[in-house]
Design a protein around this ligand. Sequence first.
Ligand code: GTP
Ligand code: MG
Length: 203
Amino acid sequence: MLRITEVEFLKSAIKKTEYIDSLYSEIAFAGRSNVGKSSLINVLLGRKNIAKISSTPGKTRLINFFRIKFKIPEKNQSGYFYIVDLPGYGFARVSKMERNKWQTMIDTYFNNRLNLRGIILLVDIRHPADVKDRIMLQFLREKQIPFQVVATKADKIASTRRKKILKELATDLDLEKDKILAFSALERSGVSEILNWINNIIL
Ligand code: GTP
Ligand code: MG
C-alpha cells in the first residue's frame, strides 16, 4: 500500500512556461467547480488546507502543483510524484472571456504535459451525469489518458443507497463498474481506493 510521507506545494501556474519541471509522474484532479477537488486533495495528503477550499465556486483559478513523497513499505520502495489541482469547469458566474481563459489554460495543460499519467475526475454523487463531465470523459478516452471517476460528497447520501447510485452513475456515464468509486471528505472514506489507483498508475 502506497503511503504519503511528505507533501509540498510547489507553485501555481497559468502559462506553460510556469509549469514545474516534469521530473516525476503526475496525477491531475479535474471536475466541476465546487465538486470538492481541493477538499479531496487535502484529505488524500493528510493536510488541512494545503489546497485552498471555498464554499464559493471558482476558488481554484490556477494550475496548482504539489510534490508528493511516497513509500511502499512492503516493497521497500520510495519516490516522488506530482499532484495537480486544476481549476474547475462549469462555474456559471464568469464572463465569456474568463471561460475562454480557462479553456486555453486547460487545453495547454493537457496538450503539453508529457508526464501526465492519469486523471481523477470528480463528480457530485447527488447529481445526475452532467454534459460537461461527459465532454471531459470523451476527451480523456480520445486522448487515451487513464482516468478514475470519483463520486464526491458521499456523506450526503445514506450509505445504504450509495451502491445503487454509483451503479446508476456508471451506467449513465458509460463506465465499467470499477471505474467509479465513492468518496467523502467528511468521512475520509474512499482514500485507500484512490491511493491504490494512483499507486497502480505511477508505478
Ligand atoms: P473549485 O476550486 O471552485 O473548482 O472547487 P473544488 O472542486 O476545489 O471544491 P472545494 O474542495 O473547494 O469544495 C467546495 C465545497 O464543497 C466546500 O464548501 C467543501 O467544504 C465542500 N465539500 C467538499 N468535499 C466534500 C465532502 O466530501 N462532503 C461534504 N459534505 N462537503 C464537501
Ligand atoms: Mg479547488
